[in-house]
Ligand binder design. Structure first.
Ligand SMILES: CC(C)(COP(=O)(O)OP(=O)(O)OC[C@H]1O[C@@H](n2cnc3c(N)ncnc32)[C@H](O)[C@@H]1OP(=O)(O)O)[C@@H](O)C(=O)NCCC(=O)NCCS
Length: 231
């Protein structure tokens, strides 16, 4: 049974949900457009990840601290390069499971792949952000992120993830954007909260990684909440 305050809240929420209308994702979306016209933030360029970014990505993907809460196994260089090639193949968003990974490029920072070359660096990939189609029928997208420890706690993740969420809502029109994290991942949870996302659930023993059952935290933000925060 509801008390009157929560009954009003429920009724208001139902009315707002009705006003939002049915799912209206703007699909298919081809991220190839972001190669020539990347997203830009104050300090970063966000463009689709390329297989040729593998050296920079390996610099963070090989670190135990980075993969601790990611469902990524330890990979040697060859496996990691193949993984980056696979992640860079995602371009078109249309069906459940489709994804696009955007490299967080810091212009002016020397890329690891430039070592030994005299070429002009166009920047280093210091991390990446990802958007994935959780459920096209119900207009649900998922976001994720990873940043090299040398560039953590300096606001780069907030900058890139904020731009990603803005891009997702403004270009793709989801009803909801969500993130799934290892429930112990406090840095990622703090980032979700900085983005205006709400912790909605903790799924107990949802995944078996590294020899143990792990809880998953679910964060979410609705389109109207994002719009109100931007207004
Ligand atoms: C999750 C992850 C991306 C979060 O990155 P982060 O570096 O903590 O996030 P930010 O770059 O936004 O940094 C925030 C911190 O920088 C500070 N900061 C400094 N300058 C800032 C600026 N210009 N803007 C915003 N924050 C700034 C903030 O105050 C904050 O510090 P606090 O934590 O003491 O409050 C990072 O921990 C990571 O890559 N982890 C490994 C991979 C992983 O687990 N990914 C998530 C899987 S779900």
């Amino acid at each position: 049974m509801h008390d009157s305050a929560s009954a009003v809240t429920d009724a208001e929420r139902t009315a707002l949900a009705v006003a939002d209308g049915p799912p209206a994702l703007r699909f298919p979306y081809d991220a190839a457009v972001l190669v020539d016209e990347p997203l830009r933030t104050e300090r970063l360029v966000l463009r689709p990840l390329e297989a040729s970014d593998a050296a920079d990505v390996f610099e963070y993907q090989r670190l135990a601290d980075v993969i601790r809460y990611l469902p990524w196994p330890e990979r040697d260089r060859e496996q990691a390069y193949a993984h980056t090639a696979k992640r860079s193949a995602g371009r078109v968003l249309e069906a459940d499971g489709d994804f696009v990974v955007l490299a967080m490029v810091r212009p002016g920072e020397r890329s690891v792949g430039d070592e030994g070359s005299r070429g002009t660096s166009v920047g280093r990939v210091i991390g990446d952000v990802m958007v994935r189609v959780s459920n096209a029928q119900h207009a649900q997208l998922e976001v994720g992120w990873v940043v090299h420890p040398d560039f953590q706690r300096r606001g780069y993740a907030s900058e890139a993830a904020g731009a990603l969420v803005d891009f997702a809502f403004s270009m793709l029109n989801p009803h909801r954007v969500q993130a799934f994290l290892d429930a112990r991942n406090e840095a990622s949870a703090a980032l979700c909260e900085r983005l205006g996302m709400r912790r909605e659930a903790t799924l107990l023993e949802e995944e078996f990684n590294d020899g143990e059952w792990q809880d998953t935290a679910v964060y979410g933000i609705l389109r109207r909440e994002w719009a109100a925060a931007r207004a």
